[in-house]
Design a protein around this ligand. Sequence first.
Ligand code: FMN
Length: 376
Amino acid sequence: MKIFEPFTMKTLVLKNRITRAPMFVGYARPDGTPGPLMLEHYGKIAGSGVAMVVVENIAIDAQGMGSPFMLRADNDSYLEGLSQLCDSIKSQGALAFAQINHAGRYAYLPERVAPSPVETGKVVPRELTRDEIEKIINSFASAAKRIKDAGFDGVELHGGTGYLLVQFLSSRTNHRTDEYGGDLTNRMRFPLRVVEAVLEEVGNDFPVGYRFLADELLPDGLHLDETKVFAGELAEREVTYLSVTAGTYDSFFLPEYKEKEKEQGYMVPYAEEIKKSVPNTPIIAAGRIQTPEFASRIIDQGKTDLVGLARVLFADPLWPKKAMGEVKDAIVPCEPSCSLCLQRVMKGKPAYCSQWSKEQRERFLKTAGQKDSKGA
Ligand SMILES: Cc1cc2nc3c(=O)[nH]c(=O)nc-3n(C[C@H](O)[C@H](O)[C@H](O)COP(=O)(O)O)c2cc1C
């Protein structure tokens, strides 16, 4: 079966087609470093049999943090922790990628910056100056270099979920009148400059993936007509892969999104469309890929090259081994009507899964409780 066959991506050979999509779990210490809880979590995820783990979004600067319990990569003091995190993944036989991000208008601090002052959650962000834009581009490049220096196999730029890279691309959130706003060419300028600066800093041989937003799922938002053009620009710059998503925090809580995301493979049609438009760029499809049969089928049908599992793997870290027949038990599915993990991280609490056994949940809460009191 193709899903269990190796896949070559730039300089890397993935042992199969199953990857772990980035999933913020809120386990970082308040100082932005990984503690034992996080190292253990990533070791377990990496030991699941996935070919590659993408570490959840890591802040490129303090103003761009989406949560106080977020990993940071904005200065060299974070290198040691990032190296430990990387080792916890690689020692389990998986490739290690790390996602870097600036949350822009979705940052958690009340004083936020964005392309334009478009209100979010009763906060109006301040418009970035051109000098600040230059600094953020440099911060992306420096953070990417730290990810490389920490030993990771590649870096992923967070161009999904409606964070800063998307905020520039979308005419909903970018009302600028300078060279960064207006038509699509201008709105693509900031994310493309980030990609170029990162590639220059890490070198063209180092894998740079892109979490890609194909559609904002909002009437006045980004749609495939524009994002396909953007995908072409990224492909021209030889990004290592596009990990395709749909929706942002402005659409995630709409009733139609909540219904849609209960369906198996709800974002796969977007991955398929992007795959058609950039056939030579590896594509990762995510979005409730609950069963190995479904994952295998979409790969065989050429809709995607790889699958990315987030909540699905959180619910059952034995998913890949069970799929391969190495473990005989049935897969424990992520419950479609449950959003406990997301609700917890949005409240600033460490995530756990309602599908875990009672014993596992109790053990987790005890350890996470120690995290709260002792900073572990
Ligand atoms: C709690 C939570 C945290 C997430 N964190 C990230 C993240 O840090 N970066 C990212 O690109 N996507 C993030 N995602 C989106 C996932 O990568 C994935 O695309 C989505 O959850 C669909 O896949 P799934 O059904 O297997 O969870 C997150 C999703 C959830 C539920």
